[in-house]
Each structure stands twice: as structure tokens, then as C-alpha cells.
Design a protein around this ligand. Structure first.
Ligand SMILES: Nc1ncnc2c1ncn2[C@@H]1O[C@H](COP(=O)(O)OP(=O)(O)OP(=O)(O)O)[C@@H](O)[C@H]1O
Ligand SMILES: [Mg+2]
Length: 217
């Protein structure tokens, strides 16, 4: 999903995990209306990585065990590795046992989002909704988040709300939102050929990148 700020992407994603229900139409997973799926079952089926992921002031391991209470340390390390968190763990004084929020262990928005992706990987939910953080300070982190995201797509259907068009470029299907409605759907190349909102957003994105590159020189 892509679209201007306030176009309804987060709201639409919230319908899947039933943060609220539709007023008309329906949302189904594998042909079953989400309103007919039990709450606990739906929670096991859908993992949600929030736009602004908050972590508990507990250890990294405990933060991941929310998704799977009986996970072994080996499973936790594997999920963290898949989510490209090795650099974060290496930096922390007690590795996965480091308590977040204690002295010197503050994580950036992008780092928190990678830990949240590790949690989703550990949970192995069939559907993962990833609401990409609006802005990351550094491009290196952006690359890592994208790699983590690709790992996630190997085992789950990922619904990505993208703020950077580079992330969504390879999606099987792109939904373009505008003022609460889906105005275009298709793959990247198809949408570019349509010369609509997506194509305009892509052009703007491209010029923003070249502007940034120009500035760095
Ligand atoms: N709890 C709410 N009650 C009423 N309106 C809301 C609520 N949350 C969001 N809205 C409105 O719904 C619209 C869509 O918001 P939404 O958060 O889905 O946008 P978005 O596409 O995710 O934007 P962004 O890219 O900034 O994250 C906005 O106009 C917003 O003000
Ligand atoms: Mg949003």
C-alpha cells in the first residue's frame, strides 16, 4: 500500500486485525471473513509491526518472547539474524539479555522496527502487516530494514505500508490510496505506464533521491 499521508493506509490495515470493523464490504483471509475468526486465532494469524514500534523496558529476548513464550535462545538469535539485527546485538553490553531503556541502550526508530520484525519472524504468522516508519535518519538502516522485510516475505504474506517507494517496487500487487480510497492497483511497471498518482509519486521520489545525492557530493 502506498499513498499520501492521511490517505487511509493504516486505517485499512487495521481492518485486517480488527482494530475496528468495516461499515460496509468485508475483509477475509483465505476466503474466511475476519469477523468469523475467533479473536485468539486471528491474533495468531496476523502479526502487526507498527509504524512506530514500541518495545518494552525488558530484555531483547523478552521482547521477542512476547511472540512465542517458549522460544529458545537459539530461535531468538535466528529470528534476530534474519531481521538483520546482528549489529544491534553486537553493540549491546549483554547481547540479547540487555534490558532496553537502561543506560546507553536506546535504539533508533529503525532499530526498533527491525527488532519488531524479528518478533514477527519468530511468531511465524501467515499474515504480517508492516507499517513502515515514516522517516529513517540513515540510508544504511533503510537497507537493513528492507533485507529484514525480504526475509519476512519468505514465510508470510506481507502487507507493506510503504513510505519509500523503493521498498514497494517489487511487490506482487501495489494498492495506491488517495483520500480514503484505492485509486490504482497493479505492479510497479504497470502503474508507471498509467501516468496516474503512482507514476507522479514515483517521479517525485526519483527527483528527491537525485536531490539528496546531489547534496551529498
Ligand atoms: N481514530 C480515528 N478516528 C477518526 N479519524 C481518524 C482516526 N485515525 C485516523 N483518522 C483519520 O483517517 C484518515 C486516514 O488516516 P490513516 O492513519 O489511515 O492515514 P495513513 O495513510 O496511514 O497516513 P500516514 O502515511 O501519515 O501514516 C486521516 O484523515 C486521519 O485523520
Ligand atoms: Mg499510517
Amino acid at each position: 500500500m502506498v499513498g499520501p499521508s492521511g490517505s487511509g493506509k493504516t486505517t485499512a490495515a487495521g481492518l485486517i486485525s480488527r482494530f475496528f470493523d468495516v461499515q460496509e464490504g468485508s475483509v477475509s483471509i483465505g476466503g474466511v471473513d475476519v469477523r468469523e475468526i475467533g479473536k485468539a486465532e486471528l491474533m495468531n494469524m496476523v502479526s502487526y509491526v507498527f509504524q512506530d514500534s514500541r518495545l518494552l523496558k525488558r530484555s531483547i529476548a523478552d521482547n521477542l518472547r512476547i511472540a512465542k513464550p517458549d522460544a529458545t535462545d537459539a530461535e531468538i538469535r535466528e529470528a534476530l539474524r534474519a531481521a538483520q539485527c546482528d549489529d544491534i546485538i553486537a553493540r549491546l553490553p549483554q547481547g540479547i539479555a540487555t534490558v532496553l531503556g537502561s543506560e546507553g541502550t536506546y535504539l533508533s526508530g529503525g532499530e526498533k522496527q527491525r527488532i519488531a520484525i524479528a518478533r514477527a519472524i519468530l511468531k511465524k504468522a501467515p499474515v504480517v502487516i508492516l507499517d513502515e516508519a515514516t522517516a529513517f535518519a540513515d540510508p544504511e538502516n533503510e537497507v537493513l530494514v528492507q533485507k529484514a522485510f525480504i526475509e519476512l516475505t519468505k514465510s508470510s504474506t506481507v502487507i507493506l505500508i510503504a513510505h519509500r517507494l523503493s521498498t514497494i517496487r517489487n511487490a506482487d500487487k501495489i494498492y495506491v490510496f488517495d483520500r480514503g480510497e484505492v485509486v490504482e492497483t497493479g505492479r510497479h511497471e504497470e502503474l508507471l505506464g498509467r501516468n496516474g498518482l503512482y507514476s507522479a509519486m514515483w517521479k517525485e521520489y526519483q527527483s528527491a533521491i537525485s536531490w539528496k545525492v546531489g547534496e551529498a557530493v
